[in-house]
Write a protein that binds this ligand. Structure first.
Ligand code: PNS
Length: 163
């Protein structure tokens, strides 16, 4: 279990996400952060912008960038995981509210490919309440989220929202 795929929307990456990447690097030699390229979700940031912010966040963390690949995917996650020759999907868990959705996804992915296992890591408790959607909403309404997102994201968020 040396390689894990950490999928998500990352619109944008938060410190909750970076806490999962850091903890994941304790358990896995390499992580592929895989940004979902899904037009249905009408994201605030383009896939390329999200990838750039994730790469900058990894540098900000002081982690070795050679251990963290940042990529995008579309279609089924298990197909992407197979393409990367990985066996593990990494997901973060915050509150109990995440559990049902994550259980459903993990079981569906296991149904689609029994060789792929989902591993959960608890988000750092300092960021249990942090979610990309809330970060966007609070910024839009004039609130300060600078402590909840990587430094490189804070300015990009404000610029994107015309603030
Ligand atoms: O950050 P998110 O939005 O909670 O991430 C959700 C994600 C990207 C992990 C999930 O939507 C996904 O895996 N989408 C790919 C399509 C897929 O494989 N669906 C079936 C598995 S439930």
């Amino acid at each position: 279990m040396t390689l894990a795929v950490y999928p998500g929307s990352f619109d944008p990456i938060t410190r909750g996400h970076t806490s999962i990447i850091q903890a994941g690097l304790v358990a896995f030699e390499r992580i592929v952060v895989a940004v979902l390229n899904n037009s249905e979700k009408s994201p605030l940031f383009t896939v390329d912008e999200r990838i750039d912010m994730i790469r900058s966040s990894v540098v900000e963390l002081g982690e070795d960038p050679s251990r963290v690949e940042v990529d995008s995917f579309d279609g089924l996650l298990v197909d992407y995981v197979r393409k990367k020759e990985a066996r593990v999907i990494l997901r973060g868990l915050r509150a109990v509210a995440d559990f049902e959705y994550e259980l459903q996804m993990a079981n569906m992915n296991r149904h689609l490919n029994e060789h792929v296992t989902t591993v959960f890591i608890m988000a750092n408790d300092a960021y249990f309440y942090v979610a990309s959607n809330l970060v966007k909403e609070v910024t839009k309404l004039g609130g300060d989220v600078t402590k909840l997102v990587p430094d490189c994201v804070a300015a990009k968020l404000r610029a994107k929202l015309g603030l």
